[in-house]
Design a protein around this ligand. Sequence first.
Ligand SMILES: CC(=O)N[C@H](C=O)[C@@H](O)[C@H](O)[C@H](O)COP(=O)(O)O
Length: 221
Amino acid sequence: MFKQKGLIVSCQAFEGDPLYGDGVMAKMAKAAEQSGAVGIRACGADDILSIKETVNLPIIGLTKRNVPGSQIYITPELSDVMEILAAGAHIVALDMTDREDRLLQVVKWIDYIHTRNAWVMADISTYDEGRKAEQLGVDLISTTLSGYTPYSPQQVKPDIDLVQRLSESCAIPIVAEGRISNPHEAKEAMEAGADYVVVGSAITRPQLIVKQFVDQLITAE
Ligand SMILES: CC(=O)N[C@H](C=O)[C@@H](O)[C@H](O)[C@H](O)COP(=O)(O)O
């Protein structure tokens, strides 16, 4: 699927974000491709479609939306899986945390995604969730949700320890994702055993990058 190991750039913007709409995420993806990224992570059918027209890299697709009564917001329902596949994503990202008792349902989605010749990326938050996802037949495990479930380590830095533990015991590729804010941390994740590193905010959310500079200047006053 991927030409080689390396950097996957998450190109996501939402209503209210300054870069939302108008094909801006496809331009971000083009910039990522030009500079050597090996894949793109993208949200929603519109962005997946326009990115697919613009770059020649594998696309990890997801949807993000709130379902009443549920904490799961990444690709929460089968209709989301269908939407992502119809848009042409090569890989579907699924929440495979233990927060809700839905793994039996998700196993059927994994089979379905495979019948469509696509891969499944399991977004998990702990080592046990990663191991379980591997047993259920996913193709990639990503540490995306470490720090975003109440029972996973709440930290500002990326969860390098989780990357290392998973890479030591899983046979499938491990993706380091979440709060990787500079090239040094990306390298650290690869050295800990990640096959791929997903970086989002530090590359494609300039409003957050600007805020970091401004905050530093304020504290320096
Ligand atoms: C927790 C969650 O909902 N993560 C989302 C998953 O798609 C995105 O908002 C993140 O930008 C992505 O995981 C990359 O992480 P970072 O932006 O920290 O490099």
